[in-house]
Ligand binder design. Structure first.
Ligand code: C5P
Length: 237
């Protein structure tokens, strides 16, 4: 008998708090975590490293198919160390420049198809919490709980600004607003897997909510779906 492994998808635009919320929900449940944006970011970094143009779809596809990326997770729910070709790139992929390049490589259908299997491979017992743009619509359409986070553009820019500052990355707020706008437009308008809520997703406007309130709200959906102990806790037999 095969046991069905539950999945919670948390999609939304950049700056909606997806990353931290996903990490906290995964930690609470003791489940695995997939930050799908990190895969697109690593691919974007690989294009730089190998001098591949962001327009060259056939070569980008090959690069995506052979991408030597490893996520090393110290503890369940902790953020993984990310290695590209054996080199630590955990911080290097977090710049806005790489975020923008990731959004460009993500417009190509063959690139997205090449990354599909890798993302689905993260569905391991006891469960998966994943964040991105198309987790609920394309990658895990059968997810047990689908969340779509929203926030106003001003709030998202402010959050991204603070986040990048905290990481010691120098940013200019008006440049950031402009870049977010461009990236949103590209993510929403691309032909394949555009940023949009799944029909059965629960949308949460996070503008006036703290991170913990968002996590609690999602945990309520998880409780209602009766999936918390579907496969026990990670590491438990
Ligand atoms: O979420 P994050 O900002 O790290 O994602 C970087 C970029 O990668 C996004 O702007 C988006 O274009 C792309 N992406 C995607 N599909 C996903 C996750 C990210 O196209 N599931």
């Amino acid at each position: 008998m095969t046991v069905r492994i539950p999945v919670i998808t948390i999609d939304g635009a950049s700056g909606t708090g997806k990353g931290v919320v996903t990490q906290l929900v995964a930690k609470r449940l003791g489940w695995n975590l997939l930050d799908s944006g990190a895969l697109y970011r690593v691919l974007a970094l690989a294009t730089q490293k190998h001098g591949v143009s962001l327009e060259n779809e056939p070569v980008l596809q090959i690069l995506a198919e052979h991408l030597d990326v490893k996520f090393q997770t110290p503890e369940t729910g902790e953020l993984p160390h990310i290695l590209l070709e054996g080199q630590e790139v955990t911080d290097a992929i977090r710049t806005e420049k790489i975020g923008n390049a990731a959004s460009k490589v993500g417009t190509f259908p063959s690139v997205r198809a090449a990354l599909l299997g890798r993302q689905r491979a993260f569905r391991q017992s006891p469960g998966l919490v994943t964040d991105g743009r198309d987790m609920g619509t394309v990658v895990f359409p059968d997810a047990d709980v689908k969340i779509f986070l929203t926030a106003s553009p001003e709030e998202r820019a402010r959050r991204r600004y603070n986040q990048l500052k905290e990481k010691g990355i120098d940013v200019n707020l008006s440049d950031l607003i402009e870049e977010l706008r461009e990236r949103d437009k590209r993510d929403q308008e691309r032909a394949v897997a555009p940023l949009r809520p799944a029909e059965d997703a629960v949308s949460i406007d996070t503008d006036r909510m703290t991170i913990n309130q968002v996590v609690e709200r999602i945990m309520l959906e998880v409780t209602n779906a009766h999936i918390e102990n579907a496969c026990g806790k990670k590491g438990a037999m």
